[in-house]
Design a protein around this ligand. Structure first.
Ligand code: WT7
Length: 678
């Protein structure tokens, strides 16, 4: 293998080693990781905060007397950290480079971004926005979105970004919920070939909110409409050009933003992130896991409307002085090589995307990549769902030229940033597994009684130590046990925590809706956050994610992980994606029903169905073999790209689907229903 990478298979367990050229130049080396841990816990988290500039240094790293408070006494401003502090050294270097739907490009140097953020911050103030007032940003992937985020941060106004694909009702709920009196939106935006009107959706939303909402409109379509009482973004920025707004010093614990989770299983929940802990955490993880620094070009393909875009398209890379790429369009428009063109043209160093996208690329075929020079890439990342081994290898081989390390990063809206991942300059990679917790964090896999399960047994993934990126609800809803007497040491990290002493037992089956474990009623209980995901740890301490706990199937008393069955199916030649749900069965409890989408030009025939069944039989066992295999044109997904098994389950059981408007592709639900009726 080129560049010294090695693949080593020990029994069933495969290791992939990062190339020495990467290891030698990595931001975080094995020695750094050891030093981080040697500082002890929670003192090790000082290291993350040191990546930022503080107006006032914090009194301590952590105050845990009542609620969790990170960096108490510290004062800082996120916009200052993402802009001002870079001006002297890299004012002329690109901060944001944007590519629009129609192929137009725009690049903002750090100086230009600073100027526009200041002008817009001054404008927001003129509109009456003060410190602590929530500003809602309902915008597509245009550069004005990060500008508006940073302008809010500058004046201490928490932002609430609402993904542009949401309906008027969804926007109204979020405006009302956050009591937000200022909305920044766009006249519209382009999606595939069409221009979509965003402003009239925003107008409708404002009509159903009880309080008055000021509206600023960014002209993206420029279709000569009149803006009545609205303010036009470009006019505001012109009026305030050259104005500098002093960054408001914020307490570490003051809110930086609100965001709603994408929610695959029900109502979206409001999550709040604080200025100090969040910014320190995303900056640290961008440095340690995404290996970013000044001079690097980073492309996180997630929409800025989701937490992934907040953390790794805006705050993390800009705090580190890197260049962030934003792209407005879709990966297959006008052609299926659009992304590779963007990587080639911008000489992207680090590319961070979702497994669902990678499976689509694989389905479209390698020929779209082969025409492009992707040799600028140094590191690849994935996030959002488990990535199966086949897709992992395909990504590394065809996008990463067989050389790039791949970090599979597990985290949640509530965690603020990456929690489980390999460190690319330190750890070996195991395709299909995320790796261990990052240094300074600790995870456990527990059973329903809260007891740690042995290696190799599935259970609930819980985090047993607070970390700076945690959402405010986690800081508030948690209680402390005897953590003060223990420290995370490097030995613990290197062997995983499978041998740690068992905790005193906490009910982790409880679900408070925001996935936090609530208060631990027992006195000496350990601090715990129930992630709601299932996982299994291997003998090397590497964790494999098994999907949301709600997605477990119970077949004849056996608990089967949908993810494991799906992985086995995706390994079959010709299969692009799979989702497994439980059909109701009076005898066995659940029938295994697999929905399988195929690569282009592959026929869904009986022979392929047999291969799917055989792969599950040999990979997991006869108990998991799908009773029904339905070949699907595509799978129903949320707008953030997660398969919604709930709808597939309703289809499999001939039940009423309810409202499907939250889907990115609601039409597929009808197609699948009629397929099964036949
Ligand atoms: C859920 C969180 C992570 C920010 C974007 C989504 C799943 C996330 C992985 C991964 C397996 C993953 C989990 C998690 N998930 N990353 N690398 N491997 N599963 O944030 O909408 O809050 O979703 O996404 O189920 O709980 P979110």
């Amino acid at each position: 293998m080129a560049d010294g990478s090695t693949n080593e298979t020990t029994g069933e367990r495969e290791w992939v080693t990062p190339p020495p050229s990467f290891v030698d130049a990595a931001n975080v080396t094995a020695a750094d990781s050891e030093a981080f841990l040697d500082a002890g816990w929670p003192a090790c988290w000082k290291r993350a905060a040191e990546l930022l500039d503080w107006h006032r240094t914090f009194d301590s790293v952590l105050d845990d007397e009542e609620t969790v408070r990170w960096y108490p006494g510290g004062r800082l401003n996120a916009s200052y950290n993402c802009l001002d502090r870079h001006l002297d050294e890299r004012g002329d270097e690109p901060a944001v480079t944007w590519e629009g739907k129609l192929g137009e490009t725009r690049t903002y140097s750090y100086r230009e971004l600073f100027d526009e953020v200041n002008a817009f911050a001054a404008a927001l103030r003129d509109l009456g926005v003060g410190e602590g007032d929530v500003v809602t940003l309902y915008m597509p992937m245009v550069p004005e979105l990060p500008v508006a985020m940073l302008a809010c941060a500058r004046i201490g106004a928490p932002h609430s970004v609402v993904f542009a694909g949401f309906s008027a009702d969804a926007l109204a709920t979020r405006l009302a919920g956050a009591n937000s009196e200022c909305l920044v939106t766009c006249d519209g935006y382009y999606r595939r070939g069409d221009a979509l009107d965003l402003e009239s959706t925003a107008d409708n939303a404002r009509l159903s909110v009880d309080h008055a909402v000021e509206q600023v409109v960014v002209e993206r379509l420029g279709d000569d409409r009149s803006f009545d009482d609205d303010h036009v973004y470009a006019d505001l920025v012109d009026e305030h050009a050259g104005t500098e707004v002093d960054p408001v010093e914020r307490d570490a614990g003051d809110l930086l933003f609100l965001i709603y989770t994408s929610g695959t299983t029900g109502e979206p929940t409001l999550v709040r992130h604080e200025t100090g802990g969040y910014l320190a955490y995303v900056t640290w993880t961008s440095h340690a896991v995404l290996d970013l620094g000044p001079g690097d070009t980073h492309w996180c393909s997630a929409d800025v409307g989701w937490i992934t875009g907040h953390s790794y398209a805006v705050y993390g890379p800009l705090a580190l002085g890197a260049t962030t790429v934003l792209y407005e369009g879709t990966p297959d428009h006008p052609q299926k090589d659009r992304l590779w063109k963007i990587i080639e043209r911008n000489e992207v160093d680090v590319f961070y995307t979702a497994p669902t996208s990678i499976r689509a690329f694989r389905k479209w075929g390698e020929e779209h990549l082969e025409r492009h020079d992707l040799s600028s890439l140094r590191l690849l990342g994935t996030v959002g769902e488990p990535i199966d081994e086949t897709t992992w290898h395909w990504y590394r081989e065809h996008v990463g030229g067989g050389e790039c390390p791949v970090v599979d990063t597990w985290w949640q809206t509530e965690t603020g940033g990456i929690v489980l991942s390999t460190l690319p300059g330190v750890d070996r990679m195991r395709p299909g597994a995320v790796g261990r917790c990052l240094p300074g964090l600790e995870a456990a896999v527990v059973d329903d009684a809260g007891e740690r399960v042995p290696v190799g047994e599935p259970g609930r993934l819980v985090l047993t130590r607070p970390w700076p990126g945690m959402a405010r609800s986690l800081c508030e809803a948690t209680d402390w046990g005897d953590h003060r007497t223990t420290t995370v040491d490097s030995a613990e990290r290197s062997r995983g925590d499978s041998e740690s002493s068992p905790p005193s037992g906490v009910d982790v089956s409880r679900d408070t809706g925001d996935r936090s474990s609530g208060r631990d009623p027992r006195e000496d209980g350990e601090w715990r956050y129930d992630t709601g995901d299932n996982a299994v740890r291997d003998a090397d301490g590497y964790l494999r994610l098994l999907g949301r706990a709600d997605d477990v199937l119970n077949v004849s008393g056996h608990r089967l992980s949908t993810t494991e069955i799906e992985f086995a199916i995706v390994g079959v030649d010709g299969v692009a994606e799979a989702a497994v749900v439980g059909g109701k069965d009076a005898v066995t409890g659940a029938r295994v029903h697999a929905f399988v989408s195929l690569e282009s030009n592959v026929a869904g025939d009986e022979a392929l169905r047999e291969r799917v069944r055989a792969a599950v039989e040999s990979g997991i066992g006869p108990i998991a073999v799908p009773d029904v295999v339905t070949f699907a044109p595509s799978l129903p997904k949320t707008r953030s790209g997660k398969v919604v098994r709930r709808y597939l389950e309703a289809i499999a059981n001939g039940e009423d689907l309810g409202d499907t408007s939250a889907l990115r592709n609601p039409e597929v639900v009808g197609e699948l229903t009629s397929l099964l009726d036949r």
